[in-house]
Design a protein around this ligand. Sequence first.
Ligand code: BGC
Length: 906
Amino acid sequence: MFLMLTVSHLRCEYRINPIGLDITSPRLSWHLQSDLRNCVQSDYQIQLSRTEDMAQIEWDSGKKSSDQSIHVELEHWVPEARTRYYYRIRAWDRAGDESDWSEIAYFETGFMGSEDAWQAEWITVDPSSQQDESCPRLRTLFELKKPVASARIYVTALGLYELHLNNQRVGEAYFTPGWTSYSKRLQYQVYDVTDQLQNGQNILGAYLGDGWYKGHLGWEKKQKIYGTNAGLLLELHIHYTDGSEERIISDRNWKSSPSAIRSSDIYMGETYDARMESEWQDSSSFQWSPVRVLDYSKEIIIAQENVPVTPIEQIKPITLLTTPLGERVLDMGQNMVGWVRFSIQGETGHTVELLHAEILDHKGNFYTENLRGATQCIRYTLKGVGVEAYEPRFTFQGFRYVKLIGFPDEIRLEDFTGVVLHSNMERTGDFKSSSSLVNQLHHNILWGQKGNFVDVPTDCPQRDERLGWTGDAQMFIRTSSYLMNTAPFFTKWLRDLQADQGEDGGIPFYVPDLRSSTSDGWGDTNHSSAAWGDAAVICPWTIYEMYGDVRLLAEQYDSMKRWINYIHAQGENPYLWNTGFHFGDWLGLDSKPDSYIGATDKDFVATAFYAYSVSLTRKAAEVLGHTEDVTYYDKLHDNIVAAFQNEFVTPAGKLAVPTQTAHVLALHFDLLDSTARKRTIDQLGKLVADAGNHLTTGFVGTPYLNPVLSDTGHHDLAYTLLFQEDYPSWLYQVTQGATTVWEHWDGIREDGSLWSADMNSFNHYAYGAIGEWLYRYVAGINTDEHKPGFHIVHIEPKPGPGLEWVEASFETMYGSVTSNWYRRDNNEMEVRVTIPANTTGTVLLPGADVQTVLENGKALAQVADIHEIQTQASDVRIALGSGSYQFTYKVLEADQALHVQKVETV
Ligand code: BGC
């Protein structure tokens, strides 16, 4: 039978066939696909089995009447520990179609906190047997005498580990066990190693790297922030075909030896001496010595929460340069994060070095000053046998240029490959337009995410910082969630944020917080800046809107409340936040000379964000059914807004803080009465015009600038700002050849000089938050706050001067949304959209007359699948079901430039 309805894209906790989940109620999601429009799921059935043939069904939902197809929990069922469950799903739609069973997917649990978990012991190197700084190797040998049915390794480390079983690397993940707030939360990973075991003797070993645990971290040249000993905790569980089980665990019987990795550090790079390489089984280079058992908590161990960091793509250098100083430098053509894999041939004992930099200076020489204390150096000593290939393991570099030292005269580009690593999130967004500069900007934003989503959302990936700055994360979270599926990534990070939140509710500047793990504490006031700490509220709310993740919202709700309580307790007036340290509108261009902090009054920024966070926490309370809290936050919000207006708005309705950022925040956070709002809208237009139609905003104002302009009748101006090519603007850096987004609007000035090296990253995603405007406004793809996760899809394309067409797509939890629009010469407009099955949508056709709009050549009134048509000013709004639609119309004369000239009526 030909089936029109199919169920596909099975995910458990956002992931394809995850293993090692410690979740008592794992959530399943799937896509529905139908050849027919208006497809809504009426029923579903889920079946679960312990075997892939689904012969014995362990749990069956039966035919369940529901339109839910994301985050579906299995009622009254709790998984057992260390068990793989296979599942399949079928669905029915309201048109009466029935799908076949989906393909079979699985998930597998981890220890689930079971009592017999972690019989293994923490082991480390005995300092009496290894004094050097090299990365130790720990190993065990064991015999297998019976056929193996399945085998799993459960493993974590203090520091980083790389496992090898029978001389083969285990798994594809790097930088494991990942970076969490180590003193409170430490992840373990699970690997299926059934196929790597062999009859007879087996060798299992691990390299240990310093990583975030004990390597350099932070700009104060500190090391060993979390601890001094790298350690390993590992269990190999073997199930034999005869039903018996055996465990190989880390214990005092393991042996350790130094290794050829002579040193390794995330910031500093890696030093490797290939002459010291030895197989796991031999002892030609080093003695294998007894290990020491380490007394370290197992209570804090949790299952892997984020998707792992893996090598994602490879790029080849585009050229080899010789700089004026005579340096030989590879140009990778892209500012990237990861490392270089290379091959080389030469004499034994010869050492080569690779240094990494983001830019060349204005003379064209290799420039590393902006890396500050991070040397990013790979040093390799040859063994001298044939062609040798190398790539590092426990470090990563942020770079476009690679200076080669000690390499042979003849350098072949094919011997070098850039390996790009980041958290392996599914790519979800794509945006193309008629402007190649805007497309390059989109590319740069995407690469900003690739480089800075290496397990933790970092400010930058190259200098001695690379920290989970909370402000940067909240600014970029929505953009990043258009580009890739960030839900597991932020779930993990928000749990760290909550873990590191102060007892008073304060939020660290960055998460994981180094401060709380150092003995000197770094002073008590180094936390809780407005717009940074608000990540505690903005991030869970954004994940809720983008993915419909109520569970995460519920989990973070207490942390959100505690942040609000923290603010409330500051200063004398509980409705203003006018005390303490704040980063203000960080890097705003209206700052005083030599200051990083923009001109916008810091109390203004702090109080505005206070109001905003309260409004979002109120919404969260509503979603979660905390009605008393809703009433409380309503009142609190009213009081803050009143205090804000009293403090920052003149009686005649003029905003007293005359900066772009102040105007943007007051409008975006809805802090004004109608008179003041009108004046502020007009004034914002003037402020931008006074700046020569340029922005002056910093980290805090920039993300909201274009959205506010588009929302308040200044949509043309938003386009004008987008298309500026001179400083300061997004495209200025693009015209300067940027391949990622810069920290400073003038990282490289028009005369070629550079912003001071103490703070000049060329891969900082904060200003990349314009990406949200490209997807949400220009392409117009938006969710509905009341039906989050795109259960209702709003598509409201906003053309403007400078763009002829846009083709954008976004992979929601339900399936793909597309929004393509084309303005043709003769004022024809074409809008093509796709709304995924099991969602409904609204489409706004700008500058359309309902009489002239055709859908696939048919008048709108004749299209059966359209639910409702409304005319709004000169736009047509259509409510419709799932499917693909193609609308064409002649743009109304008044709107022919498609400058949406309406000024907001308030
Ligand atoms: C980081 C920023 C961060 C800031 C705090 C900087 O060093 O790179 O991105 O938000 O400090 O203002």
